[in-house]
Write a protein that binds this ligand. Structure first.
Ligand code: PCA
Length: 233
């Protein structure tokens, strides 16, 4: 079986929260249960925790990509208030931070990359991944906006880097060294919504199972499935 190496990143807490589920998922993925599931599917996992800081998040992720040379990069972040694990379709070239990042940066309407293209689409089969996650009983959906804060910033910066990286591969290297990537937002954990019964959440077990299912699906899926989707608004 061919081994597929996946780099999964998560973020430290931000915005006054005591924890960030995306970093806790990284720890859970390293536990024997998830490891054996991934191993059976021929997946080798490497992880990297990132700061919620403009520029540094991209730089540290690129260092990890160059160190591990993975087949896939799955970047995780928290989207408090969303009800499902959401697979981001598009990264935009815009930093417009409603709050300060963890280093006090708060850019207004600045590009992530000067003169970069307006947007990049994910290079991973997000419809198939949503189906796989729903298939293990965990709510999942496609999202068409990763926001304009550090998650979108990281997503765009990494897609921009990988577009150049993949373009520079020779034809013989394309099948082995080509790197795909997506950003995945996860909801709050139940303990983050205490006292506010209206905010949706998923347990860490649900999120870890969902992310495992998505990784296993992506490892065996090339082109995305053709199924009706999209949003009306
Ligand atoms: N979520 C934020 C940044 C870090 C995180 O986990 C976002 O959605 O931009």
């Amino acid at each position: 079986m061919t081994k597929r190496k996946v780099l999964v990143t998560g973020f430290e807490p931000f915005g006054g929260e005591a924890l960030n589920p995306s970093a806790l998922i990284l720890e859970q993925l390293a536990q024997p249960e998830a490891q054996s599931r991934l191993h059976q599917a021929g997946v080798v996992l490497v992880t990297q925790k990132l700061p919620v800081v403009r520029r540094s998040a991209i730089e540290q992720c690129i260092v990890a990509i160059e160190k591990y040379l993975p087949d896939m990069v799955i970047m995780l972040g928290q989207a408090g208030g969303r009800p499902a694990i959401s697979f981001e379709k598009v990264a935009i070239n815009l930093d417009d931070f409603r709050i300060e990042d963890n280093a006090g940066n708060q850019p207004v309407d600045e590009p992530v990359v000067t003169d970069g293209p307006a947007a990049y689409f994910t290079t991973m089969p997000v419809k198939a991944m949503v189906q796989a996650v729903n298939g293990v009983g965990v709510p999942a959906e496609i999202s068409y906006s990763a926001g304009t804060f550090v998650c979108n910033h990281l997503f765009y910066g990494v897609m921009h880097y990988l577009a150049q990286f993949n373009r520079n591969l020779s034809r013989s290297e394309q099948s082995d060294l080509h790197i795909r990537a997506d950003f995945v937002h996860v909801p709050f954990l139940p303990e983050q919504t205490m006292g506010d019964g209206h905010k949706p959440s998923l347990t860490l077990t649900q999120m870890t199972e969902g992310i495992c299912a998505a990784i296993v699906c992506a490892a065996v899926t090339g082109d995305d499935i053709r199924s009706q989707g999209g949003n009306l608004h």
